[in-house]
Structure formats: structure tokens, C-alpha cells
Design a protein around this ligand. Structure first.
Ligand code: NAD
Length: 504
């Protein structure tokens, strides 16, 4: 089943998403009917699109011919019956199950038997919308991302009754429209809205225990390659919307503690501090996030022998930077590859790459006092000069409390002090993103490649969860999750069986 290049398309709902979908379909050469239940809304949307395309022409981004041809393809209609010859319907109306169900039942008697019916729903079960349709096999999710003309990802969502040929037809069509389709099984949050939950949740959990400020957390995650820190991003999305998505994934999973919403965010919502749109969220607008203040550090003093411990990319880079920066005079640092930990030992003090345990636990377990842990510099060396979190064990000496951040600064980072929380910021966030993606794959929601593509194209992540995993180690991720689980107790940090199977 392949939709012809000139198949007429009906877009229902002329809001933000419907207008964008109509534009993309028209640019691909389809004749597009645009319908909205609000009288005049479809014509209004076309007028707005005309202005947008004219400004793109003025900026030289598209030619006047393309703009004209696109607009000529879009016909606002005031009744669904005017679009009876549509071969594909894409619904982008209000996010409400009853409204969507009744629209599709009505559409079945308007369009031909072979027309494909698609919904742009971002959270409602595709299986549930199809319930009651005469031909549920032709119903599929076609989930675009906002803004539709710019975002490449389309999640092609199959419910229990969706025909494979229908999902495949939407796949082929998405490619023809310049998009990247990724297949998903209809489960709460599909791919992106599910796997992305920990990006917000870990930061909200750290804020709740007052481990750091929003500025500090944003700075650390931006150093790891994310375009926006979670606090800035939640402010942009709107706390009401972000909280509603978290709640819907939580409830749809029967209250699974893994997805439990945050009191910190609920307070912002209750107080009307919704982010940019209300002038205040974590930050105040129009100023937004202020730069993270950086402190200057004196050059560290090498007292005694410097040893680089452990194996792997980060240990190798530590060795290289310590040598290059001549941080141990003319001597090369010693290297102990057989150590179970990664980091630097200077005299009897340790600067340890977090493995999920707190600095305090490491100090207790190893019988040491001078222990400082630092976060995983994910894109090191590209991200040097950026913020890197560290935490000190409570029993640390005054000298090492000062020297440890000086060493991080000498290695090229901006050291950010954090309370002694397990897995610090980047490490626990990425471990949880990997864990959620692993569970999605375990449950057949998507493939590993699908998860990677969806997170990079749907929310601009610097890498996909399985790409991070390939640069880290399954055992390392499991160790971080188990440490978090031991520290907090509860369901949130349970390790995905997929990771355990993969490690075996
Ligand atoms: P919107 O409020 O901007 O637009 C919805 C439009 O649908 C309105 O113009 C409304 O008049 C119309 N409408 C409502 N009920 C209707 C009906 N029964 N028949 C015809 N028209 C009807 O909403 P939006 O942001 O464009 O979202 C639309 C859909 O896309 C929702 O399902 C939403 O979850 C999904 N979605 C939104 C985003 C986003 O970022 N906004 C991203 C992906 C998916």
C-alpha cells in the first residue's frame, strides 16, 4: 500500500500542529484540505501561513514560486464532506480521547474505504482511539514534533489493530515529506515523551533535595552536549504542559514510581509560575538564566606521587592532560590500570570519577578521608572549559576540599560544587535515559536505532541513549543505577532487565 505523490490529504484541526502539517504536505505537492471546527479558523491559519512564507521569501530562505505553489495547494474547507476524496486524513485536534474517537467515527462515513486515518496525538493510546472504528486496521499514529516544518522526526505509532501495510505507507510518505520516520508501538509516551522523562525528573529530584541550583544543573548538562538545560527547557515548554505529560505517563503506567511527578514542579504550576509564558519559572524573564558564576582557582600543588587509576577513555584522557599540562612537573604520572576505579590519586588524596556511589560512601568503604568525586565529562575533550560537578566527602580535609576543584580547573573544567548526591548530575541523568530506553526496547516499543534517532531528531539530544551506552559500559551503567537504588530505595532506579540481559 503506497499513497500516490498527489494523493489528496485532509488535515483536521488548524492549530499550531495542523497548520504545520498542512504546510509540509503541501510543500511535498499534495492538495491539502484544512478543516477546523471553529468557523473561519482554517482560513485564518492559511493567512498566517501566507505571512510566514512571505517572510521566508523576503529572507531568501525559499523562492517566491515555492511559496506560491505551497499556498495554492492548501484549501481551507468549512465542512468535512468537502474533503470526501481525501486518501489520507491527519487529525490534529484537541488532545481528548472522546473528541478524537467521535471525529474518526464521523470520518469513516465521509472518506473512502481505502483512505488512511492518522492521528497526531502525543499521548493518547492509538489502540484506544481505534476502538469502535469499522476498519481499525487503517488507523495509525503519525506523531509530528513542533515546529513541524523544522523537526525531522515522525513517530509512526501502531496500535494493536493497525495493519503493518498502513504503518509502512506512513513510513514511505514521511520520507517523501523529508522526515525521518521511527516506528513505535502504542504505549504511554510512545518513544520520545517516555525516554525523555528522566531528563527532567533527575534534575527535579536534585532540586528537591537542594543538591544544587537550577543554574548549576543547567550548566552541567549543557556541557554534556544538551542544547538546553532541563530547567531552561521546562521553562520554555511551560511547567503546566511538562507536568501534564509527566502525569499522563505516570498514570498510564498505573502509578509506576519510576515516573512519579515532582513536588517542585507541582508547586510552580500551582503558583502559576509556568516559565517563559508567565514571566517566571525557575528563572525570571525576559532575562532568563544568568550565567553560572565561576570561581578562580589557584594552580594545584602536586604533593607526592600522581597516579592515574583505571582504564577507559576518561582514564586515558586524564593521563594525557596531566602529562600535557605538566601538572606533575617533568615526570609522567604513574598509571595503575588494574584499579577498580577511575581518577587521580595525588599523595593519599583521591579525585574519583563517580560510579554512582557518594563521596561519603567511597570514603567509608575504602577507609579514606580525602575523597572527592567528579561527574562524567560525556563529550570530553570537546566539552572541556565547561561545567563539571563534583562533591566532597564530609570527612575531607580542608586542604583537599580546596585542592580537588583546583585540579579539575587545571584539567580544563569549571568545577561546580554539588551536595554529595549519588551519580551527581550528568552521570545519573544519562544512566536513567539509557535505562528508560532499554525498557522501551525490552517492551518492543522501538528498536535501539529507533530510540537513538528519535531522541536526536525529536528533542535534539547530542547522542542517542544506545550511543552513550556504547561509549560507556553496561556494567558501569548498572552499577550507577544500583547505587542510586541502594541510596534512595524504591522503584525509581530499578535496572531494566534488558540491560541485565545485555550485560550477560
Ligand atoms: P491547538 O490548540 O493549537 O489546535 C487544535 C485545533 O483543533 C484548534 O484550532 C481547535 O479549534 C481544533 N479542534 C478542536 N476540536 C476539534 C474537532 N472536534 N474538530 C475539528 N477541529 C477541532 O493544538 P495543537 O498544539 O496543534 O495540538 C493538536 C494535537 O497535536 C494534539 O493532539 C496534541 O497533543 C498534538 N501535538 C501537539 C504538539 C505541540 O507541541 N503543540 C506536538 C505534538 C503533537
Amino acid at each position: 500500500m503506497i499513497l500516490p505523490k498527489n494523493a489528496p490529504v485532509l488535515v483536521v484541526g488548524a492549530g499550531i500542529m495542523g497548520a504545520g502539517i498542512a504546510q509540509v504536505a503541501a510543500q511535498a505537492g499534495h492538495s491539502v484540505y484544512l478543516f477546523d471546527m471553529r468557523e473561519g479558523a482554517a482560513a485564518q491559519a492559511k493567512l498566517k501561513l501566507t505571512a510566514t512564507l512571505e517572510s521566508l521569501v523576503a529572507k531568501g530562505k525559499i523562492s517566491a514560486d515555492v511559496a506560491q505553489a505551497t499556498l495554492a495547494c492548501i484549501e481551507p474547507v468549512e465542512s468535512l464532506n468537502a474533503a470526501a476524496d481525501a486518501m489520507l486524513v491527519i487529525e490534529a485536534i484537541v488532545e481528548n480521547l472522546d473528541a478524537k474517537r467521535s471525529l474518526f467515527r464521523q470520518l469513516e462515513s465521509v472518506v473512502g474505504d481505502n483512505a488512511i486515518l492518522a492521528s497526531n496525538t502525543s499521548s493518547i493510546s492509538v489502540t484506544a482511539i481505534a476502538n469502535g472504528l469499522q476498519r481499525p486496521g487503517r488507523f495509525v499514529g503519525m506523531h509530528f514534533f513542533n515546529p513541524v516544518p523544522q523537526m525531522k522526526l515522525v513517530e509512526v505509532v501502531s496500535g494493536l489493530q493497525t495493519d503493518a501495510a498502513v504503518a509502512q505507507a506512513i513510513d514511505v510518505l514521511s520520507v517523501a515529506w523529508g522526515k525521518v520516520p521511527v516506528h513505535a508501538r502504542s504505549t504511554p509516551g510512545f518513544i520520545v515523551n517516555r525516554i525523555a522523562r528522566p531528563y527532567y525528573a533527575e534534575t527535579l529530584a536534585l532540586l528537591q533535595e537542594q543538591a544544587a541550583t537550577p543554574q548549576a544543573l543547567d550548566a552541567c548538562l549543557k556541557t554534556a552536549g544538551f542544547r538546553m538545560g532541563p530547567c531552561e527547557l521546562m521553562d520554555l515548554i511551560g511547567h503546566d504542559t511538562n507536568f501534564a505529560v509527566t502525569n499522563s505517563v505516570f498514570e498510564a503506567n498505573f502509578g509506576d514510581k519510576r515516573f512519579v511527578p515532582s513536588l517542585v514542579q507541582r508547586e510552580l504550576v500551582d503558583g502559576g509560575l509556568l516559565g517563559r509564558k508567565s514571566g517566571r519559572g525557575f528563572y525570571t524573564y525576559p532575562e532568563g538564566a544568568s550565567a553560572q558564576p565561576s570561581t578562580t582557582h589557584e594552580a594545584p600543588i602536586a604533593v607526592g606521587l600522581i597516579t592515574v587509576h583505571g582504564v577507559g577513555e576518561i582514564a586515558d584522557q586524564l593521563e594525557q592532560f596531566v602529562s600535557q599540562g605538566q601538572l606533575c612537573g617533568d615526570d609522567a604520572p604513574a598509571r595503575r590500570r588494574q584499579s577498580a576505579w577511575v581518577g587521580l590519586e595525588i599523595g593519599s588524596a583521591r579525585l574519583v570519577l563517580t560510579d554512582g556511589r557518594t563521596a561519603s560512601d567511597i570514603a567509608k568503604q575504602e577507609g579514606l578521608s580525602d575523597v572527592v568525586v567528579f561527574d562524567r565529562p560525556t563529550l570530553w575533550p570537546a566539552s572541556r572549559d565547561g561545567a563539571l560537578a563534583y562533591a566532597v566527602a564530609p570527612q575531607v580535609s580542608g586542604a583537599w576540599r580546596q585542592q580537588a576543584p583546583a585540579w579539575l580547573a587545571a584539567l580544563g573544567f569549571v568545577p561546580i560544587p554539588l551536595a554529595d548526591a549519588p551519580g551527581l548530575v550528568v552521570t545519573r541523568t544519562i544512566a536513567m535515559l539509557i535505562n528508560e530506553a532499554a525498557d522501551a526496547v525490552l517492551q518492543g516499543v522501538c528498536t535501539t536505532d529507533g530510540a537513538d534517532a528519535a531522541m536526536k531528531l525529536g528533542v535534539n539530544y547530542p547522542a542517542g541513549p544506545f550511543e552513550w551506552l556504547s561509549r560507556w559500559s553496561v556494567a558501569g551503567v548498572i552499577h550507577v543505577l544500583e547505587s542510586l537504588d541502594e541510596h534512595y530505595r524504591g522503584e525509581r532506579y530499578r535496572v531494566s532487565p534488558w540491560l541485565r540481559r545485555y550485560s550477560a
